[in-house]
Structure formats: C-alpha cells, structure tokens
Design a protein around this ligand. Sequence first.
Ligand SMILES: Nc1ncnc2c1ncn2[C@@H]1O[C@H](COP(=O)(O)OP(=O)(O)OP(=O)(O)O)[C@@H](O)[C@H]1O
Ligand SMILES: [Mg+2]
Length: 352
Amino acid sequence: MARLSISHLKKSYGDFIAVDDVDIAIADGEFLVLLGPSGCGKTTTLRMIAGFIPPTAGSITIGERDVTALPPWKRHCGLVFQSYALFPHMTVAQNVAFGLEMHKVPQAERGPRVAEALRLVRLTGFDDRYPRQLSGGQQQRVALARALAMQPQVLLLDEPLSNLDAKLRLEVRVEIRELQRKLGLTTIMVTHDQEEALTMADRLVVMEKGQVRQVGTQRELYEKPADRFVAGFIGRSAFLDGEVTAPGRFRTAGGLDMVCAAAAKPGPATLALRPERIAVGGEADGLPNRFTAKVEHASYLGALLDIQVALDEHDRMLLQIPNRPGLTEPQPDESITIGWAEDAGLVYPRGA
Ligand SMILES: Nc1ncnc2c1ncn2[C@@H]1O[C@H](COP(=O)(O)OP(=O)(O)OP(=O)(O)O)[C@@H](O)[C@H]1O
Ligand SMILES: [Mg+2]
C-alpha cells in the first residue's frame, strides 16, 4: 500500500499524443476512478503506471520510489483487465499461483498465499476447478485473486466489470470496493460506466483527448464542473450558446436575456444548467430568470419526469421534476413557465 504520484506523464505515438501531460496524486488507500470517452488515454495511462508502456516523458512514483525506469515486476502493481485473461488449461489455484512462481516466491509460501487470496475473493474450495467451470463473475474474482496474491502496493483495474451482466456487475462492484477498503489498497480503476464510477470512487479523474479535465469528488464534478466537457460528461446539462454582455448578464444566440453569476467575463460563452435546478410552474415564481417554454417531449421515469422544452428555435433544455401523486406529465406543445436562480447557470467562455 502506498501513495502513487504521476507527474507530467506523456505518451506519443509519432505525431499523435495519447497521454498529454497528466498529473495525478493518489493518497495511500484511496480508490480513484479514471473516466472518459473511448480513446482518451485511460488504458495507456494505466499501462504506463504498471510498466508495460514506456512513457515519452514524465515520472511515476509509488511510495517513496521513482519507478519510471523499473520493469513491471519491480513495481508491485496488481493488474486486472477487462478480459479475465486466465489460463484455460490451468486450475484456479495454478492461475493464482502463476505470478508467484514467476517471481520465484518459495514453494512453501505459495500455497498459503494462494489460499489467502482465494479466501479474500470468497472462492475457497474452488482451487481445482478450471476457468470453464466458473461463471463470469467467478472468473473475474480469480483474476482479482491472482493480482492480490502478489501483495501489490497498488491495484490497477481496467474495466474489470464490463464483461459481466448487469446483476453480477452490481455484486462484484460491491465486493471489489469492500475488499479494497479492508486491505487499504491504493487503487485506480478505469470504467466507461458513469454510475459505476460515481458509486465506487473516493475521487474521480475525468480525461479527454489525453488530458485531465478535472480531478475531484462526485459532488465537485457535478456541481462545479471545470469546463463544458465535464458539465456534459458527468450527469446531464442543458447548454445555451450566447454571450456574456456585461457582468452577471447573459444573452442567448436567440436574443433571450438572462441573469447569471457576476464572475463571468464578457464575451462569447455557453451557459450550462442542470435539469434539477430548473423550476416549473408556480415554483418558478420570484426567480430572476423566468421564461415561457414549449414542451417538446415528456417521459415518465417513475421517480422523475423528464421534460424536454424549447425556449425558442435555438434553445432547448431538459427539465427533471420529482414525481408526486396526482402529477401528470405535460403534453407536447403545451406552454409551461420555467425559471432558475442566477447561480444555477454555470458560464463557460466559448472554447473552454
Ligand atoms: N500502440 C499504439 N500506437 C498508436 N496509437 C495508439 C497505440 N495504443 C493506443 N493508441 C491510441 O492512443 C489513444 C488512447 O488509447 P487508450 O487505449 O489509452 O484509450 P482508452 O481511453 O483506454 O479507450 P477505451 O475506453 O476505448 O478503452 C487511442 O486513440 C489509441 O488509438
Ligand atoms: Mg481502454
């Protein structure tokens, strides 16, 4: 178990920069989730930490050691991939023992370490089975046991749950997190699944195009997204393009004037609004931004109603209102009043 820090990490392939000047500091025992669209450099970052891809520039420190120049087997990282990558012709115990043999761990020590790792993932008694005799979730737990048997200082998980069905995902999700907490293992997990990221992480890193856009807790990312990309990637936002005309004043491209936070600098900008910050009907009374909007589409989602409205031909937004007895969803073309407080809208200079 150790702190991990990545400093100015970069990977280029010819002219293409896959990972661009990434800085991340992870506390001892922290569970960090790396999140971002396909191709943004998540796996490349993880593999550089593990030592399988040499960085073009930058450094990686685990505990007190600079491991940048060390081969994978001297880094004490446990790695679990999306595909379980178990050896089909080896039993569970042999699979888990494989890395120990490679590292020349004495024979007498291997048995107890395999048994302990299998106990941790609740697969005691499965030693002699072959991977084909296990369910997907059990195979994934063997892969995890194989990583844990190495007693890693850092655990690196690359979409470990994506091959599992929805129900198993939920189960293994909880198991991984409990185990990680119990062992106090410094962990980085990569996932595509936003809900998985939000439920599991201590903190999250959002990447795009090889760069870190924001590092923070769930609340920080949702309530104070650093840029327009994060505002659209974490949760949902309505985006209105326009201009900050004066401090605290925003005008949409369609010419609607709105009040926004005073800090925004004049110039071309985008206003982002979270759906739950928009009040509807009588609840919009007294709010500084009030508009009549036309309903385009309403969806009944059980606990929530999702309502897509148009302010004018340029500007659409999504509202979410909590369901309650007697509430019916508005019909298409119905006019409704919507409103929001001045601090509800986040203003991003165009291009940010
Ligand atoms: N060996 C390579 N040569 C050239 N380009 C590469 C190489 N490996 C990866 N890339 C490119 O680097 C970028 C980042 O790849 P990476 O696998 O890290 O993405 P990712 O964020 O893990 O995506 P996904 O979510 O799809 O797994 C991609 O655009 C990929 O095409
Ligand atoms: Mg990947």
